[in-house]
Design a protein around this ligand. Structure first.
Ligand code: CP3
Length: 342
């Protein structure tokens, strides 16, 4: 198989110019996305419709020629497949019926039921792969157990993970049970995506930065270690990207994860520090602040150059530090791509 630009990085090699894709690259900043989304009905209808989900997965590749497509789905489909109720409140984001106690954790569905529920997602992976050229990587993904647990316990997103932390400290055994169940389910979910054609899987731990010390070790580091290890055991050729967002100095500890091939960075970690402490051990991905795709101008160019100047001696994939926002200007994405190819 061809070693495309992203695979070169994940094999720890450099490219002349960095490969690039953007978190949330299929989304509301694109008119063609908004059109398909309207046709689908709701966001979840779009996720579970393989033809339309394929369409929006490929839209940013057609428009911008990114080096990777990322499966169009959501990290919260997994808890839904495990039996929790999920819906999206317009303008507010995701809602779930919150986990209230041990019974709710015991009653989570088994892996066969989960996989049956997610069959259309695997179908999307299959048809995207069949329409994508070999130069492009297809990335599958899941939320990390801790981040998914925060939504399952609070019943919604939010800036503080208080509900999950209260549950974790008051009911450590139940919480451990939930994390273990999510770890096993995530292994199966990612494994099915790889079987369907995803060459790379990314584990999103969006709220990793909310935990420190032994909590970080037990609920962020260890579950990702277990997932990456098992994925590599089952699929030695697959690559794993981990995104412990906001974890600061703990980024360095991720270098010890033997089965993680690339560490995705948020915008708060300084490139010179990452270059010295992380990139000489592992390939990295990141970390432009998404605000610059809204505001553009000379500052956008300066910030792109700052990142490339720091990282271009080693293996890296250019990306944002978090998802592109609905108010981003697609013309700024074009400016970014042009700058990177120079
Ligand atoms: O393009 C891609 O990156 C692939 C698809 C993707 C989505 N969500 C689509 C989506 C991916 C990889 C995700 C991951 C995801 N989902 C995360 C982890 C990454 C991160 O942002 O930290 C999280 C925490 C979620 C949960 C989630 N889904 C939230 C909090 C929201 C609401 C916020 C928002 O942007 O509206 C979603 C909705 C969502 N997921 C949208 C998209 C395109 C917007 C839905 C719409 O079209 O209205």
């Amino acid at each position: 198989m061809l070693e495309n630009k992203i695979m070169r990085v994940l094999n720890n090699k450099r490219n002349k110019t960095p490969p690039v894709w953007l978190m949330r690259q299929a989304g509301r900043y694109l008119k063609e996305y908004r059109d398909v989304r309207e046709k689908a009905g709701g966001f979840l209808d779009l996720c579970y419709n393989p033809e339309l989900a394929k369409e929006v997965t490929l839209q940013p590749i057609r428009r911008f020629g990114f080096d990777a497509a990322i499966l169009f789905a959501d990290i919260l489909l997994l808890p839904q497949a495990l039996g929790r109720k999920l819906w999206f409140e317009t303008g507010e984001g995701p809602r779930l019926n919150p986990i209230l106690g041990r019974k709710d954790i015991d009653n989570l569905q088994n892996i066969d039921v989960m996989n049956g529920f997610l069959e259309n997602i695997y179908e999307t992976v299959r048809i995207v792969r069949s329409e994508l050229s070999e130069e492009k990587t297809l990335i599958g993904f899941a939320g990390a157990p801790w981040t998914v647990a925060t939504y399952m316990i609070a019943g919604k997103g939010g800036d503080d993970q208080k509900a999950a932390k209260v549950y974790m400290t008051r009911n450590p055994e139940d919480f451990r049970m939930l994390i273990d169940k999510l770890t096993l389910a995530t292994i199966e979910y990612l494994s099915e995506q790889i079987k369907a054609g995803a060459g790379v899987v990314k584990i999103f731990d969006s709220w990793a930065g909310a935990l420190g010390g032994t909590y970080f070790k037990n609920y962020v580091y260890e579950p990702i270690k277990k997932i990456s290890q098992e994925i590599k055991k089952r699929h030695p050729e697959a690559k794993v990207i981990a995104f412990p967002r906001g974890c600061g100095a703990n980024y360095k500890s991720f270098c010890d994860l033997k089965f993680v091939d690339c560490i995705a960075l948020d915008s708060t970690v300084p490139p010179p520090w990452i270059k010295k402490e992380v990139q000489n051990i592992k390939a990295i991905q990141g970390n432009l602040d998404p605000i610059h795709l809204v505001t553009g101008g000379d500052e956008l160019l300066r910030q792109i150059d700052y990142i490339t100047d720091n990282y271009n001696k080693g293996p890296y994939i250019f990306n944002l530090g978090h998802g592109i926002t609905p108010d981003a200007d697609p013309r700024n994405v074009e400016i970014l791509l042009k700058r990177l190819s120079q």
